[in-house]
Design a protein around this ligand. Structure first.
Ligand code: NAD
Length: 353
């Protein structure tokens, strides 16, 4: 039986399709922007310059310095660049790292953001910002950081390398999986979650076989959008907290950490959230959610072990201690020994059990 719930839609305009990047100029005008600073990582600088040229008189400048974990020093440099070119809005072209920089600038200056995601991380749909200062990552939730407009252009994702496509896609699936058992979950977010997982689980194998398969890329980007909405709408639990701790403590790559930990976190929660697990399993076309996602990652040649992405074995106990230090809600209570076992299996790349 359906219980009571609260559902709040976040205000964001979405333009989705192939070739939609050409709408950037009109979308900036729609927001009242006159001088746009384009943000990218150093790796995507050329794409940023090309976009800038297409913006014509609205192009104020390019800041190609976005980097992982949104360090405040980088944000301060970008803010100085905004002042130097007299920008009144920002255009973030890239993955979660670039989106994070746009959000950090909006938080400090109140400027409007046009966000153009090129991975499946989903940050563009959330009022959440993680920032790093003196090596410490903190996360805040503030509606001021939610981008006003998002352009999803499938064409921009064709160049996403298969490895990052797979890990970023499973990172997106993780948002939807935890949304299905969220304490503040609701039937509408759950619909998006199940459809988001289905779309990504269906599209990723096709993309792994043919990276420029436009139809599969479209389905994956659509799935990533839905999963991002889930992350922005309801609270996350053990999986996201563990990944945050592991990533921050051992400086592990974001999307790959999610890909490795997800089957183990779901296995931990299996008996405490049977209805959610049934929906996740159905969406990935498996009998069991955790086993199905472990098998999917394996079939897609994703890395399955935390030891293969830089976590030392000596870190297992430290991570288990940290994971239970700050209590947070999870469908199954946090038990240190069981969490240590989960992390040890994920470290070794063993099948969840
Ligand atoms: P990323 O943004 O760091 O991108 C990884 C690399 O891939 C970069 O070098 C980037 O330039 C390159 N790249 C991106 N798109 C490409 C494309 N289409 N073709 C070729 N290269 C491309 O990685 P990410 O996984 O998207 O983002 C991770 C960051 O986002 C983390 O810092 C994480 O904390 C944050 N994040 C935040 C939220 C939130 O709601 N606040 C949600 C998800 C992720």
């Amino acid at each position: 039986m359906m219980g009571s719930f609260t559902f709040e839609t976040l205000p964001c305009r979405v333009v989705f399709g192939s070739g939609t990047l050409s709408a950037a100029r009109a979308e900036i005008e729609r927001l009242g922007g006159k001088r746009a600073l384009v943000l990218t990582t150093p790796q995507q600088e050329a794409e940023g310059a090309k976009l800038g040229a297409a913006l014509g008189p609205l192009y104020a400048g390019l800041f190609p310095g976005a980097t992982m974990h949104t360090p405040v020093e980088v944000t301060e440099r970008a803010r100085a660049a905004m002042t130097a070119c007299d920008a009144d809005c920002v255009v973030a072209l890239g993955g979660g790292s670039t989106t994070g920089l746009g959000k950090a600038l909006a938080l400090r200056t109140g400027v409007n953001q046009l966000c153009i995601p090129t991975t499946y991380a989903g940050s563009e749909m959330t009022p959440i910002l993680g920032q790093t200062e003196n090596g410490l990552k903190t996360t805040l939730r503030d509606i001021a950081v939610l981008p006003e407009t998002v352009i999803y252009d499938v064409d921009l994702t064709l160049t996403l390398p298969v490895g990052l496509t797979v890990s970023s896609g499973i990172n997106a699936i993780a948002h939807a999986a935890e949304a299905l058992y969220a304490r503040d979950g609701n039937p509408v977010t759950s619909l998006m979650a199940e459809e988001g997982i289905r779309a990504l689980a269906h599209a990723l194998p096709a993309i792994a076989a043919t990276p420029d398969d436009r139809e599969a890329r479209t389905e994956a980007l659509y799935g990533a959008w839905l999963c991002g909405v889930c992350l922005g709408t309801v609270g996350m639990a053990l999986h996201h907290k563990l990944c945050h701790t592991l990533g921050g403590t051992f400086d592990l790559p974001h999307a790959e950490t999610h890909t490795i930990v997800l089957p183990h976190a779901l296995n931990y929660n299996r008996d405490a959230a049977p209805a959610a697990m049934a929906r996740i399993a159905r969406a990935v076309g498996a009998d069991d959610a955790a086993q199905g996602l472990y098998d999917l990652a394996g079939r897609l040649n994703a890395k399955l072990a935390l030891r293969d992405i830089g976590m030392p074995e000596s870190g297992i106990d430290k991570a288990a201690d940290l994971a239970v230090t700050n209590a947070y809600w999870n469908p199954r209570p946090l038990a240190r020994d069981a969490i240590r076992d989960l992390i040890a299996r994920a470290w070794a790349g063993e099948r969840p059990m």
